[in-house]
Structure formats: C-alpha cells, structure tokens
Design a protein around this ligand. Structure first.
Ligand code: PLP
Length: 333
C-alpha cells in the first residue's frame, strides 16, 4: 500500500529527503559489505536530527490550532528541545523548554555547551528543573502565564513522541523505500535507536504497511527491551488509529538492549568505540547518548552474524552530534 499522509497538517521545514549514502569503509570494517547510512543528521535547520520529521507534523497541528507558543520537555542535553527551538525560531513561535536533570552529569561542558548553548542561540526560554516535581510546577506556571497574556500553547511530549509526531517517521519510511528502490533494493534491514519511541514506532508502522520487504532492528538507549517493545507497540497502535489503518504485525521488528548499558545518557566503552569507528572510517560523527549506542549495536549485531551475507543494511543516523560536546571531558581518546 502507499502511505498517504496528505490530510494531516504539516509544515515544510525544508531539507528532505535526507541523503542515503553507502558506507564502504565502515561496512568493510564490520563485515557488512552492503551498508548504507540514512543521514537524518544532515539537515539545514538547527543542526539537524530525527526530531525535525516529527516537528513537521507536530508544528503543523499546532499552527492549525492557532498556537503561538510551544512548550516541550527533555533532559538537559535534549536534541529534541534544540530542534524544537530552531523550528520555532524559523516559524516565529515562542519556545519554552522545560529541562530536567535526568543524567548524573554536571560541569560547564554538560550544563552550558552543546544543545544548551544552541537552545539559547535559537532564542528559547530555557527552564532548568532539578526533578519531576519542579518540572510539573514550571509547566503549570508557564501555562498560567500564557493564559494571562492571551497566548495559545501547544504542548509537545518528551521527544515529540506521540501519534502525530510518529507520522514523521511513517513519512520517512516512504522516503527511504523510494531511495532504496532507486538503487534497485527491495529488501533491506533498518537499524535505529529507541528512546521516547516515536522514531521506531513510525518506522515499524511504515515498514509494516508498505509492501516492500523492510525489517527493523531497534537498539535501546534508555529503556530495557521489553519496556521499549511495549511502548513502541502502543504508539504504533495509536498512530495506526490516527491514520485510520489496521495495525500491522510487528514480526519484522527486533528490539535489543545489549548495548544500552547502565542507563540513559551514560556511554560505555563500546559506545565510544563506535564513535571512533564511524569517525575514522567515514568521517561521520555520532553522539554518545543515542546514535553511538545504536552504532555499537550495529557493530555487535554484525559480529554475531545477525545480518545475512550481502543483505543491505541501512543505519539510520538520527543526529545528536551537538550533545557530543557536553561529553567532551570524558572522551577516552
Ligand atoms: C539523536 C537522537 N537519536 C535518537 C533518538 C531517539 O528517538 P526517539 O525518542 O524517537 O526514540 C533521539 C531522541 O531523543 C535523539 O535525540
């Protein structure tokens, strides 16, 4: 079937389609000769990343609803917050970022560099909160202030991961399938990370609905595999409902947390090894929170024979490189 999303409000943030590039030196190093990188990190707006696809639909709905203010949430070094700030700047919307200390990291690099610096450059109002309670109070205050000033607020969840946001990755699946078809590829395996889940939910639904034979391998970066599978499945169902289509089987989706490590935001040696490997073979920058852990999963799966010989494998690069600078002091070299 074709994926028709034309009836959903959407803003054009430019920059799509993102490139699909062969990665022969990386592929040779890990024994995946037919390796491609889908470069969602490459986009002209706000230093790119996976949230821009979700934001096209989230902001489309917000504007259709007459919103002039966006409030969203995340960890201190949230890429979602930074991309929301950039998109709001482009559209002339007020952006309130309510950021919570979720990762045991502090110091100048983590607290002021990377995404935090860019949030300020894009003109967002940044509210740092110590815990969930302060986050809730801050949100209530922002809503009250907006109401008093006659502003209309659109609230986006952490990571932009609701059914509207997931539409962005349903659209991405169609884009990718088209690019693969241009290369004569009709069967492939996609590798992508899971955190708040909207990215893989959109991909799982898109690949489940398309006739093409695309499998999805999900690398957990913040939740154990069982939890990730459950929340992804729920979001797939909600997104299918929004699209008014049946929920496809998810037999083509495999979820694995082997390279997640101790917790969200804490890189491991194999995360840094993946950063070095991508950097030294392809000149591609990963980040130590998301794409680095997905990169480590790619390497691990290749080493354990997960991919058939000559099977085309597409690594979805979801971006996040600004967050790397927050971790500069702990780069092991
Ligand atoms: C760079 C990067 N990659 C991957 C993800 C995970 O995407 P999702 O939250 O849709 O699971 C995020 C989200 O925070 C991200 O910033």
């Amino acid at each position: 079937m074709t994926l028709d999303l034309g009836r959903f409000p959407r803003v054009d943030l430019g920059g799509f389609p993102t490139p699909l590039q062969p990665a022969p030196r990386l592929g040779e190093a890990i024994g995946v000769p037919n390796l491609l990188l889908k470069r969602d990190d490459v986009h002209p707006l706000g230093q790119g990343g996976n949230k821009l696809r979700k934001l096209e639909f989230l902001l489309g709905a917000a504007l259709a609803d007459g919103a002039d203010t966006v409030v969203t949430f995340g960890a201190l070094q949230t890429n979602h917050g930074r991309q929301t700030a950039a998109a709001c700047a482009k559209l002339g919307l007020r952006c309130e970022l309510v950021l919570t200390a979720k990762v045991p990291r502090d110091g100048d690099a983590y607290e002021r560099s990377g995404n935090v610096l860019l949030d300020h450059i894009f003109g967002a109002n940044v509210h740092f909160c110590a815990d969930g309670e302060e986050t809730g109070r801050t949100y209530d205050r922002l809503l009250a202030e907006a109401a008093a000033e006659g502003r209309k607020v659109a609230t986006f969840p952490v990571g932009g991961s609701n059914a509207v946001g997931a539409l962005g990755y349903v659209a991405a699946t169609a884009e990718l399938a088209g690019q693969l078809a241009e290369r004569g590829i009709t069967r492939a395996r996609i590798v992508a990370p899971h955190a708040s889940g909207g990215t893989v939910a959109g991909l799982a639904l898109g690949t489940g609905l398309l006739d093409e034979s695309l499998a999805l391998d999900v690398a957990c970066v913040s939740h154990p595999a069982e939890e990730a599978l459950e929340s992804m499945s729920q979001l797939v169902a909600e997104t299918a409902k929004l699209m008014d289509v049946g929920v496809p089987s998810l037999d083509h989706v495999h979820v694995d947390d082997r390279t997640m490590g101790e917790a969200y935001g804490i890189p491991r040696e194999d995360t840094w090894a993946a950063l070095r490997l991508f950097g030294r073979t392809e000149g591609v920058v990963l980040d130590p929170v998301y794409s680095g852990k997905a990169g480590a999963a790619l390497v691990d799966w290749a080493a354990h024979g997960r991919f058939a010989e000559d099977e085309p494998v597409v690594f979805l690069h979801t971006g996040g490189s600004p967050g790397l600078y927050g971790y500069a002091p702990e780069f092991p070299g």
